[in-house]
Design a binder for this molecule. Structure first.
Ligand SMILES: [Zn+2]
Ligand SMILES: [Zn+2]
Length: 664
């Protein structure tokens, strides 16, 4: 029988660690949290220093008994849950609830390799009280907000709605963006480009120059007629090279992934949403079967905001780059990346655990999604320790009397890190297309004063574009920039907003629903500070400070609760049910229908309620695809989120996440 018991939070991770530790250790799983705040009560003693009243999660009771049994006769108990606040808290619960009074030590590691696990066991420690305090602080804060705000939403809009602290701020960003889009008025403008070449060699060597200035002023062309006038005037002008500017530019290697950048790139390159990225990354971290019942963890821990790299990993990757790409690609000293001020210095970036395990060599053992994410993480890490790419940027000013054209071109001199990883352009930014065209524009060798042949003038119509809707990628970026959310919360924030049907993901972009607008507007009206971006960022910082031991949990909660309670009392006294009248008339009593949100979604109810109980569902106008059904698809909401159901329910049970026609 083994002498030691090791508890982790997941069965796969238990298996992977067990292989490493060998027969002296029994590794078991706690299946996540074992205690939590109660489901139906506040569970926080506000009067008594916001003391949380934890209860054992009912489904974990059996497991607790089993864990107690497992611990019998063991010399030592170790808790090896994930290396962050959540992991520390789960571990501490295990110690307090199951092994009270026993000597329980905490081990934490950022990768599940023999070396890292061995080192962690050598430096097993006591639990980090500050980290646990910070986790309790967040849990209590979120509980207070959720518990008190939800009934207000019920009173104002519909039963069953709920609001969370950080999600509500994210919703606000999404709603505000949507309003900017709605208010946007596109304006027309025209561009004129000239296809030019050295005389007598038109065709292949044509390059493109854009009209920039007229009479020394920025060219602003508003209409087709104005553009045509300029084109007519330019037709027989002489195009002369005025000035050639050449600069060497460097593009530096990107930092290795942290959670936020991994989620952004996985969306931009693989179209993975944030939750999917985290799920697949967790699989790669906890261990994949590489044959012979041999689980192997392939990447470091996926929740991190630190770009640090362990020194051993740096020397390994440098050796690998030198061998695969050649010494030219290796910088004289390792690339170093700066962490944000809030980042945990002890943490590491997300990188492959074994540089020798190339994605190619792993492809038989990984699912398609696992392989694609592993490839991204692997190549990004390689690139992060390579030399910058070098370009020669050429800008040529070309004059045709009062008209000034500029041709931009870029020529790759040295591939550098691009040999391993090509960072995708950030999506959602308008006007980026030109940037890409620049690389395709090949400018032949020119001399100052040289006359060029004009082969073609191309006027093109454009419209100014509204700001882009948020995607998982750009929302995570915005949340990070605003200081809201942390590596463990980006994905759950988006997931929760979609689950509550406040936001729908359509073709990868986040669209607020009518319900989302209403929930947001009510929160903005009554709780402007609670869902203020800066205030929320401050609260996140303060939670970090609890973790660093610089602030007390109770102080942070007090500071939050007093103004919150004030707004809450005001809202409770003043909030009124919102009534939305429609132009549809009840056929039974002649009163107009009003819009209501019920447990199962939006519907029309007679305004004569309760005297008249007539109601109608709101249909999408799309026929139910079930043959001979004749029903129409209506919007529904359930605990698992938004869907379309048949108006003939319960006779017809057709459901779909999307309307059959839409190609989402
Ligand atoms: Zn009626
Ligand atoms: Zn049907």
């Amino acid at each position: 029988m083994s002498k030691n018991l090791v508890v982790v939070e997941s069965p796969t991770k238990a298996k992977t660690i067990s292989k490493i530790l060998g027969q002296d250790y029994t590794v078991v799983s706690s299946m996540g949290h074992i205690i939590d705040l109660p489901q139906k009560e506040l569970g926080v003693d506000v009067e008594n220093k916001f003391k949380p009243e934890y209860v054992v999660i009912p489904s974990r009771k059996k497991l607790m008994t089993q864990l107690k049994k497992d611990a019998k006769g063991k010399d030592r108990i170790y808790v090896a849950t994930d290396p962050d606040r959540e992991g520390e808290a789960i571990g501490w619960q295990i110690k307090e609830k199951i092994f009270k009074g026993k000597d329980v030590l905490r081990v934490s590691f950022h990768e599940i390799t023999p070396h890292a696990v061995g080192e962690a066991f050598k430096s097993a420690r006591q639990f980090d009280a500050n980290m646990i305090e910070a986790q309790i602080g967040r849990r209590v804060l979120d509980r207070i907000v959720g518990y008190f705000l939800s009934p207000l939403l019920w009173k104002k809009l519909a039963r069953g709605l709920s609001a969370g602290r950080v999600q509500s701020v994210a919703l606000r960003l999404i709603v505000e963006r949507e309003r900017q889009i709605q208010a946007f008025c596109p304006s027309e403008y025209w561009e004129i480009s000239a296809e030019l070449s050295k005389p007598k060699i038109s065709g292949e060597t044509d390059f493109c120059a854009k009209l920039e200035k007229i009479d020394g002023k920025k060219a602003e062309i508003k209409t087709r007629e104005a553009a045509q006038e300029i084109v007519d005037e330019l037709k027989d002008k002489e195009f002369k090279v005025l000035e050639i500017r050449q600069t060497e530019k460097k593009r530096y290697a990107p930092a290795p992934f942290i959670t936020s950048t991994m989620q952004q790139e996985a969306f931009n390159k693989l179209r993975f949403n944030a939750s999917k990225t985290m799920l697949v990354a967790q699989q790669l971290y906890e261990g994949v079967d590489i044959g012979g019942d041999n689980p192997l963890s392939l990447i470091t821990y996926m929740r991190t905001d630190s770009p640090n790299i362990a020194p051993e990993a740096i020397s390994e990757v440098r050796e690998h780059i030198g061998r695969i790409f050649g010494k030219d690609f290796l910088p004289a000293s390792p690339n170093v990346f700066k962490a944000k001020k809030s980042a945990q210095q002890a943490h590491e970036a997300i990188r492959p655990s074994y540089i020798s395990r190339s994605p190619e060599s792993m492809k038989d053992f990984l699912t398609h999604d696992q392989l694609r994410l592993y490839e991204l993480i692997y190549n990004r890490f390689l690139a992060s320790q390579m030399k910058p790419a070098e370009f020669l940027a050429t800008a040529v000013d070309i004059a045709a009397e009062k008209y000034l054209f500029t041709a931009n071109g870029s020529h790759l001199l040295f591939e550098g890190f691009l040999a391993a990883y090509n960072k995708s352009e950030e999506e959602g930014k308008n006007g980026e297309e030109e940037e890409k065209d620049k690389n395709k524009n090949i400018i032949p060798p020119l001399t100052q004063g040289e006359t060029l042949a004009l082969n073609k003038l191309v006027p093109s119509q454009h419209f100014t574009k509204p700001p882009a809707r948020f995607s998982d990628s750009s929302l995570v970026k915005a949340l990070e920039e605003e200081g809201i959310g942390r590596p463990s919360t980006y994905a759950p924030i988006i997931y929760t907003l979609i689950l509550r049907d406040y936001v729908r993901r359509i073709k990868g972009y986040l669209n607020p629903t009518e319900l989302g607008f209403k929930v947001n507007d009510m929160l903005v009206e009554y709780f402007p500070k609670i869902i203020d971006v800066k205030f929320t960022a401050l609260m996140e910082d303060e939670l970090d400070e609890i973790e660093e031991g610089r602030l007390k949990r109770v102080e942070v909660l007090k500071e939050f609760y007093a103004p919150f309670k004030e707004r809450l009392d005001f809202a409770q006294a003043n909030i009124k049910k919102e009534v939305v009248f429609t132009d549809q008339i009840c056929e039974k009593c002649g009163k107009p229908f009003i819009v209501k949100w019920g447990k199962r979604g939006k519907f029309l109810s007679c305004s004569g309620f309760p005297a008249c109980k007539n109601s109608r569902s709101i249909t999408s106008g799309v026929k139910c695809p079930i043959e001979n059904c004749g029903g129409e698809l209506v919007e529904r909401r359930s605990k698992r989120g938004f869907f379309y159901g048949c108006s003939n329910f319960p006779k017809c049970t057709f459901t779909s996440r999307t309307l059959p026609e839409s190609k989402e």
